[in-house]
Design a protein around this ligand. Sequence first.
Ligand SMILES: O=P(O)(O)OC[C@H]1O[C@H](O)[C@H](O)[C@@H](O)[C@@H]1O
Length: 539
Amino acid sequence: MTIEVRTPRGGAAVDRVVEQLVGERVASRIFAQDATLWGADAEAEAQIRLGWTDVFDGADALISEALDFRSQLAAAGVDRIVLCGMGGSSLAPEVMTRAAQVRLVVLDSTHPVQVRRAVETDLQRTAVVVSSKSGSTIETRSHLAVFERAFADAGIDPADRIAVVTDPGSALESHARERGERVFLADPHVGGRYSALTAFGLVPSALAGADVETIVADAGAAVQTVAADDAGNPALRLAAALAQLTPEIITTAVAEMAHGSAWGLADWIEQLIAESTGKNGRGLLPIAVRAEDPEVDSSYSGPVPLTLVGPRGSAASAPERAVVVTAPLGAQLLIWEVATAVLGRLLAIDPFDQPDVESAKVAAREVMGASAGSAPAIGTLSSGSPVSLLAAPSGSVLTNAASLLAALRETVGPEDYLVVQAYLDREGPAAAPLADLRARLAAALGVPVALGFGPRYLHSTGQFHKGGPRRGVFVQVLDDASPDLEIPGAEGGFAALLSAQAQGDREVLAGAGRPVFALRAADPAELVNELLSAGVTGA
Ligand SMILES: O=P(O)(O)OC[C@H]1O[C@H](O)[C@H](O)[C@@H](O)[C@@H]1O
């Protein structure tokens, strides 16, 4: 197995850090599941979070059980798999199936249009995997309720079509067992974002037709290399290179090098590193970018470092300044998990908790309770179609798209980063223009700019935005979220939940003193296009 990590930055300093890590036997101690590596405060959590270092042992039985189920489904004419899960419960299968070029519908949204599309398409040919480690995540439980009703309404026994992946003893396990739904139990000693090579990554991917045996084998073959107390250990080198960036630099663009079938690994890396390190006012935010984006260009001279990933042999045209990680997909997953754990030690951060994720959930629940989720407008923006202003930092005067850009230029300082948070249908017409807008804003403002879809990002980079360095500026974009869809057993529908999630997060961010702009556009694609044409060019 060939794994290459190229670390151009801080050459001698990286070597020194690696030497220290080797001297402290950090790599072998991680694989010996030594919970003392992250300090006394982190020890209790680490004791129940290092199971990902030996998950390969149980994988064979799990994979054959999933493949049996796949054969049963195929015999019943089922060839469409939907995965309901947030963050660590869906990002890895998204990567594995994309790499394998097999179809998996990932439902990690509460936008009613996106949920409807998942539920109302080809239900007769659909099976659903409902993945939640805790078993209580509101988005996932809402999706389960919708699918149970939809199958029953269509005369299909939900027990034949729904499989659950969860930790032993969760409320989701008992729910599924009571209804006769199939249950795949995960290893409770593995946290969500480290669960790629457990049931959370493997079951949905195997059901969708990905070759998960190869992924597991490639990860297994990399163990010896990444567990070695050796200066050539690629995971140690990667961690040392990333640690060199902080605390001055708090982001790195992550892109995939051109190769056969793109993996989409950057979104998975975003969660792994941002949620693991973005706390106590510190951390590193990976920003997933496209190969054609300015941060990847060889002429880029802005403030965002570059990290590139891909299979062996894909690095030929990588710019010199990039950290480059080449390895087969399974090995990549393991290298990044080890590097993240090591980075936690180097930054003196507990890489296994996510203390600030809960605050937005609590705020969203309060909003739901108080106003059933509908946010009042504080103004309007003149635009081709109606745009309401839901929030803005005090003192900003917003009248149209051009004035929003002017306000952003004014608000975003040279040390800051900007995040566009889209509470929109991720598969809808605004998605591509939003990615263009991110790239154009990055070039025009000369600061790091990230794009996240809500509520997906709440379970990923959301921890960093609330718990990491207080340098973020946020622009939320919402639409009318219609037509709405009822959540069986709940008071409000998906539109109210989505709106409450956006409002809850912006209240927490604004409460932490961060500038937040929020806009609700009847036609968000049109708004984004207006922003693009309103002069998102040079600063
Ligand atoms: O798997 P679940 O318990 O549903 O959790 C899904 C996700 O939600 C939380 O918000 C955590 O921050 C994530 O780390 C986790 O992956």
